[in-house]
Design a protein around this ligand. Structure first.
Ligand code: 5GP
Ligand code: MN
Length: 351
């Protein structure tokens, strides 16, 4: 355990990758920065900070995501410049992608996380594709892969890249605010085992730009709707099922239930973490009904690997302790499938 932490403390992006990136960015380029469906703080923060530094160096940079981020991230600097493929009636996403010399893919590891947007990217065969990400098992169809699953967030990687390419003095207050949001949200407010001494070195660099950490914290964690608070009470009290000797919990929300609580996208974010506040709990799952699928969110404690579980049983993936996927069965069948999958996974000694 001790050695493992030391390795992470000295995590460095390989020099040859930095130099390849530097060469790629030597002359002004048309750049598109893409991130994943249902973008979270890390997806939005890393994209916006990366776009800002690239623009300041003379590039044209456009941030694109498949759909909108949750309403409580509206405060983040420069969000108004983002394009949402789902709402793009004027073809701006298509034309940005068509003329791109470089496509950066941030905070995701497989094109399946882009929904329909993946096909449009394939129409541009001349653009260089660069991955900047911290998920396990990335696809390998990139010209340059900056993939570090040991990094606690993509925002942290973006900060290290800016530092290596241009020095920490290039980080402005607005970049710092965006980077901080992703670092904070992907580490559960700096609590997960992925944090390292170097994470706090970067936080110190960000803090020195004058960002107001308590204000950012309030925006992210204390700016929800009344419906969300009531939905949370409902799902924990009425919907949480515990089985497997009190070590596995799951909750589900159907579209009818979501409507009853004036659900807005992002309102159920974080609910899945709550059952893990119970001492005995090892795995927590959340199932949320969408129009054509059920979204699956998984969390685990310690050595239990929900990334592998999500890949095997729910067409998904992610990280060892936080993963997700999709189910195309009914809610009832999905929950049955979950219980059976847990039993099988446990029989193999994984829980
Ligand atoms: P969340 O439960 O917060 O939506 O997702 C937790 C983690 O699981 C995220 O970091 C994300 O990378 C991963 N994840 C969520 N949904 C999917 C999915 O449908 N496919 C894959 N491959 N990963 C997912
Ligand atoms: Mn992330």
């Amino acid at each position: 355990m001790h050695n493992f932490r030391l390795n992470i403390v000295f995590m460095q992006i390989a020099n040859n990758k930095i130099e390849e990136l530097r060469t790629l960015l030597q002359t002004p380029k048309n750049i598109v920065i893409l991130s994943h469906t249902n973008p979270d703080g890390d997806a939005i923060g890393s994209s916006l900070a990366w776009a800002e530094i690239l623009k300041s160096k003379g590039h044209i940079a456009t941030c694109v995501v498949p759909n909108k981020y949750p309403y409580y991230l509206d405060f983040m600097p420069n969000t108004s410049s983002m394009l949402f493929y789902k709402d793009d009636t004027e073809g701006r996403v298509k034309s940005a992608l068509k003329s791109a010399d470089i496509i950066f893919c941030l905070d995701f590891h497989t094109m399946t996380r882009l929904d329909g947007l993946g096909d449009i990217i394939d129409e541009n065969q001349h653009a260089k594709r660069v991955l900047i990400d911290h998920h396990l098992d990335p696809n390998d169809d990139f010209d340059l892969m900056i993939s570090y699953p040991e990094a606690s967030s993509t925002c942290y990687l973006v900060a290290l890249l800016i530092e290596a390419l241009y020095g920490t003095e290039a980080i402005t207050k607005s970049m710092a605010e965006n980077i901080f949001v992703g670092m904070m949200t992907d580490t559960g407010n700096f609590a997960f085992s992925t944090i390292t001494a170097d994470v706090f070195r970067i936080v110190s660099v960000l803090a020195a730009t004058g960002i107001e950490i308590p204000t950012i914290h309030n925006h992210v964690y204390n700016s929800f709707s009344e419906g969300r608070a009531r939905l949370f009470g409902y799902v924990i009290n009425r919907k949480m099922k515990i089985f497997h000797n009190g070590t596995v919990a799951y909750m589900s929300l159907t579209s009818d239930e979501l409507k009853r609580f004036w659900f807005q996208q992002g309102d159920s974010e974080g609910f899945v973490n709550y059952p893990l506040t119970i001492k005995k709990m090892k795995i927590s799952a959340m199932f949320t009904e969408h129009t054509d699928h059920i979204r699956v969110s998984l969390r685990s404690r310690g050595n239990i690997d929900v990334n592998v579980f999500a890949q095997r049983y729910f067409n998904g993936g992610g990280h060892k302790n936080a993963a997700g996927g999709k189910s195309f069965m009914s809610m009832e069948e999905t929950l049955k499938h979950f219980e059976a999958s847990i039993k099988e996974y446990s029989r193999e000694g994984n829980i």
